[in-house]
Design a protein around this ligand. Sequence first.
Ligand code: NAP
Length: 240
Amino acid sequence: MSVAIVTGAGSGIGRAIAHRLAEDGYRVTVNDLRAEAAEAVAAEIGKTAVAAAGNVSLEADVGAIVGRCRDTFGACTHLVNCAGHVHQARFVDLEPAEWDRMFAVHVRGTFLMTRAVLPAMLAAKAGVIVNIASQLGQIGGVELVHYSAAKAAIIGMTKALAREVSVDGVRVNAVAPGPINTPLVMALSEEWRNAKAAGLPLGRFGEPHEVAAAVAFLCSPDAALFVGQTLGPNSGDVML
Ligand code: NAP
């Protein structure tokens, strides 16, 4: 049985991923910082989902999230690190606390969650990890140095870990979305969003389910040859 944990799944892209994996037959542990958000999404999915609230940047919370999955459905076979937040500031105005928070959620959170599920995957000689990065980790974003740096770190982690564990049956990849219509993108200034939309070859922002489709592919056996890759559902903003 395929058993997934999706972090930050109480909203936006993570919620769409949790729904898509459930539709594809996975048991899904729905994590979010806010218990009510995690519980609402788990209830939308039904019996094949369980809520596990917690902060992915805290070791004790991570232990509880992974334990909730194991106790309910068994060992995690597919981890999607999606929890995240955005904050916009000119670099000269950036406070160290905002820098640290950005790296805590995205980089430390991805590290802790991955470290918590990996031993069981290595023992089983099978497992999939998908890290949600951002195209801004590839090209950078104005007034988003801390966000862009954290997302670039996730891409680096993805490649390095993929080199380390692929031979043991664990596939690690990343998805780097472009602008997607979620509450997170609405937190950016209207000026930023208008400028971004005007430059997209596709002419529109993406929808969460369109990112979930890329994640579902990477989770599936069809992606057997994808190792350390970064897929880009980004409306053509970045072409590699
Ligand atoms: P979203 O709708 O705000 O969803 C993110 C969820 O993660 C929220 O429910 C948030 O809870 C939760 N979260 C934040 N910090 C957490 C923590 N420490 N532990 C557990 N959960 C936490 O945003 P989204 O747009 O779907 O973003 C999902 C991921 O995609 C993020 O990693 C984001 O950086 C990435 N991404 C988004 C876009 C985009 O355009 N939307 C583009 C590229 C990449 P709270 O609401 O309580 O903070």
